[in-house]
Design a binder for this molecule. Structure first.
Ligand SMILES: [Zn+2]
Length: 239
């Protein structure tokens, strides 16, 4: 197969040679790939408008012995809603950077692709902390790393409402009285939010009233959890 077509989101771009760019694409068909957009830094280049981060498009690509070359781009969505709005731009680029850091080249993750696609579109239109959180939850789920949120990982009893609990980045929730590793305490509201985002479809929880602090803490917990399991530091965004 010398030529192929993918539907993908531009998650990273870097300058190459004098007028070119190398785009990192997160595609439905092949996961993360890299391809050269020749002449895309030239003013008036037909590729220039589509090389922006967060652009969703169909890419027609030609395979070569070195880096693959983009022949044609047909745009589906350009995140214009985020332009000129710092908080939204920051969140869109965060999602892209996060994806770039978490996934390897040439490993398809179609479920994450669809979640990323709708997350980029949603964050571009409205600024939504819930979108970021459920995107992280999806990545964790797709990597097969789900934390336990209902059962104490020490005594194996169900966590009851009102009980003091802690969150371990290794396994999930524990009773505070069962914990001997000094894990951080987690508020009941944070546990509730995490259970929701891991167990309910996004459309069902969108619009849920959640305190800013609960979002912030739940985000920290999820990020630490995924960092611990991947053994690396991941990009962060202000929530
Ligand atoms: Zn326990």
């Amino acid at each position: 197969m010398r030529n192929y077509k993918v539907e993908a989101i531009v998650i990273r771009k870097r300058n190459f040679a004098e007028k070119d760019r190398i785009l990192t694409l997160f595609s439905r068909e092949k996961g993360k790939i890299e391809a050269l957009a020749k002449g895309s830094r030239r003013p008036g280049s037909r590729f220039a408008p589509y090389s922006d981060l967060g652009t969703l498009a169909k890419f027609y690509i030609s395979r070569t012995n070195s880096i693959d070359i983009i022949k044609e781009i047909s745009a589906i969505f350009i995140p214009e809603g985020a332009r000129g709005n710092f908080a939204r731009t920051q969140k869109v680029s965060y999602l892209l950077k996060f994806t770039d850091n978490v996934f390897e080249i040439d490993e398809p993750h179609p479920k994450t692709y669809f979640v990323l696609k709708s997350a980029v579109q949603l964050v571009s239109e409205r600024e939504l902390q819930l979108t970021i959180l459920s995107f992280l939850a999806n990545c964790i789920d797709e990597l097969g790393l789900k934390p336990e949120l209902f059962i104490c990982q020490k005594c194996s009893k169900k966590i009851l409402s009102g009980e003091k609990i802690v969150f371990s980045s290794k396994v999930g929730v524990l009773h505070r009285s069962c914990d001997n590793e000094e894990n951080a305490q987690i508020h009941e509201n944070e546990a509730k939010l995490l259970r929701l985002i891991f167990n309910c479809p996004y459309e069902k929880i969108v619009g849920a009233k959640v305190k800013h602090e609960t979002f912030k803490q739940s985000y920290r917990l999820l990020l630490k959890f995924i960092e611990w399991h991947l053994g690396k530091i991941l990009p962060e965004v202000a929530m």
